[in-house]
Ligand binder design. Structure first.
Ligand code: PEP
Ligand code: MG
Length: 580
């Protein structure tokens, strides 16, 4: 059974439609000197035609799907002005006397070699963008129509090496049951698009395009990241049942939408959503989010060639703020670095990027970039409740410096007579062990804490969060993590401030129950996990989770802690989730 990455939840059973990546047959030949100008002219015309097409697609995407997805095309359009592609192709035609098709293909195929940077998943994906753009120009040169998914007679599961954003745009949403691709991770375009469109998807299946035939039947399980090729009758029946259960389960969960996230014995917590862009807000609202607990703004800076302006950021933040009103939005300032890079922003190559020049460190050095973001946030805060959260805080100095810059920005806005919100709460991500250990002092300086468990576990246990080789050591219930969370919560409460959890631990019912028992006041989870987590909260007794948590704090290994938590809570949670 091919196994990949569960990129978008849901189950699909249907016929395969293979979206082949066309391999153009390109002839390479030398042209005569007098043909050079003609070839360059053909190239420029094809580039202009490609720009027109991309503008049109961009417009369609921003209306049909969302502005964030449209940004990808914005980036594509920039590539069509990039000297690394345009001037270099022209140079090849002139100097090497190559025909335009061959010159263009050579240029975009050699693109990766021009970067002296680690080829992370993110950067590899951007290289595919270059290829996608290059092929569009090539198609226009050859006068070949673009591949399209717009005239489908029946519902299908799209199987492809990868899906370019332009493929997903032209398709008929109601005919697409699911996506299965050879490559990609959770941050690939296919995954992002699939989640935004709520289409089940499994990516990173390696060779799924070779394992299936057009028209054959497959089952795609977007919850578990599996694909079954040519399933048996029994498997089909089993998955039909699972599909129905999934649909019924979702429907049942929707009935919880307007109920409070309150335990059986009356402990009410806040339940908010994590988002990476404005297009996820609708999904969060549909799933009953009472606020945005983490707005990862770095995505606004990615997939493009220039930094976003103050006005552009203001527009994006304002949309989120207005859509989620009357609830609040916690806007996290830029958390670049680690595994999140910008192709246009020169971050030096580092051996340990997760411990390098990133997040608040970068903002405190590039005050120009930081100030623009703070101005946009303060201005957006006029329209409803907004809180600011600094990422990767490791000590008091950073909070003080960031706050000093914030005060300066407020003064500047005042002087310029630009309206903004003066009373804005400030919080920090507690995700670096040094901050966790000195939470008592930090709690005096800020209005709230949010536990970034993804990084806190990585740093406290020295386990790289993206390295599969050490994944077994990544233990959320490690005694160190439990002790740290316990002491952070106590320090915060002593100073009268609240503690949230926005790392993945909050989206896992068992771990969330432990955090609840440790006294966490707010949970911020992926929009699609909101109702499930709410259901669990509503089925638990706070007193019971507190008892479990205090026992867990006395255990000495992750193994014991996991076993104990499972023994005490797992069965109960399963029952809560399967009940009405
Ligand atoms: C975290 O570290 O837990 C977190 C929520 O932030 P990110 O995953 O964006 O680093
Ligand atoms: Mg983090």
């Amino acid at each position: 059974m091919p196994k990949g990455v569960a990129a978008s939840p849901g189950i699909a059973i249907g016929k395969v439609y293979i979206l082949e990546k066309e391999d153009f047959c390109i002839l390479e030949y030398k042209i005569k000197k007098e043909e050079v100008e003609r070839e360059i002219k053909r190239f420029r015309e094809a580039v202009e035609e490609s720009k027109r097409q991309l503008e049109e697609i961009k417009e369609r995407v921003s209306q049909k799907i969302g502005e964030k997805e449209a940004y990808i095309f914005h980036a594509y359009l920039h590539l069509l002005n990039d000297p690394l592609i345009i001037d270099e192709t022209v140079e090849r035609i002139k100097k090497e006397r190559l025909n335009v098709e061959a010159a263009l293909r050579k240029t975009y195929k050699s693109f990766p070699r021009k970067f002296d940077i680690a080829q992370t998943g993110f950067i590899q994906e951007r290289f595919r963008d270059v290829e996608d753009v290059g092929e569009r120009v090539l198609r226009n040169l050859l006068r070949k129509p673009a591949l399209t998914l717009s005239h489908l007679d029946e519902s299908i599961i799209v199987v492809a090496y990868d899906l370019a954003p332009s493929d997903t745009v032209s398709m008929q949403r109601d005919k697409i049951l699911g996506f299965a691709t050879d490559i990609g991770g959770r941050t690939s375009h296919t995954a992002i698009m699939a989640r935004a469109l709520e289409i089940p998807a499994v990516v990173g299946l390696r060779d799924i395009t070779k394992r299936v035939k057009p028209g054959s039947l497959i089952i795609l399980d977007g919850n578990r990241g599996r694909v079954i090729v040519n399933p048996t009758h029994q498997q089909i029946e089993r998955y039909k049942k699972k599909y129905q259960e999934f649909i019924d389960y979702r429907k049942k969960l929707v009935s919880l939408k307007s109920l409070p996230p309150q335990t059986l014995d009356g402990r009410e917590v806040e339940l908010a959503a994590n988002i990476a862009g404005q297009e996820e807000v609708d999904l969060a609202v549909r799933n009953g989010a009472e606020g945005i607990g983490l707005y990862r703004t770095e995505y606004l800076y990615m997939n493009r060639r220039t930094l976003p302006s103050e006005e552009e950021q203001l527009k994006a933040y304002r949309k989120v703020v207005e859509k989620i009103a009357p609830y609040s939005v916690i806007i996290r300032t830029l958390d670049l670095g680690g595994d999140k890079f910008l192709s246009h922003f020169p971050v030096p190559r580092e051996i340990n990027p997760f411990m390098g020049w990133r997040a608040i460190r970068l903002s405190l050095e590039r005050v120009d970039i930081f100030k623009i973001q703070l101005r946009a946030i303060l201005r957006a805060a006029q329209h409803n409740k907004v809180k600011i959260m600094y990422p990767m805080i490791s000590g008091l100095e950073e909070v003080k410096r960031a706050n000093a810059i914030l005060s300066q920005v407020k003064r500047e806005l005042d002087e310029e007579n630009i309206p903004f919100s003066k009373d804005i709460e400030i919080g920090i991500m507690v995700e670096v062990p040094s901050a966790a250990i000195m939470a008592d002092l930090l709690a005096k300086e800020v209005d709230f804490f949010s536990l970034g468990t993804n990084d806190l576990i990585q740093y406290a246990l020295a386990v790289d969060r993206v390295n599969e080789k050490v994944a077994h050591l990544y233990q959320p219930l490690h005694p160190t993590i439990l002790r740290l969370v316990d002491s952070i919560v106590k320090s915060a409460h002593r100073e009268g401030i609240w503690v949230g959890a926005c790392g993945e631990m909050a989206s896992d019912p068992l771990y969330m129950a432990v955090l609840l028992g440790l006294g966490v006041d707010e949970f911020s989870v992926a929009p699609t996990s909101l109702l499930e987590i709410k259901k669990v909260i509503r089925g638990l007794n706070w007193a019971e989770t507190r008892e479990v948590a205090s026992k867990l704090l006395k255990l000495s290994t992750s193994y014991e802690a996991k076993r104990y938590a499972r023994q005490k809570l797992a069965k109960k949670i399963k029952k809560i989730l399967s009940g009405d």
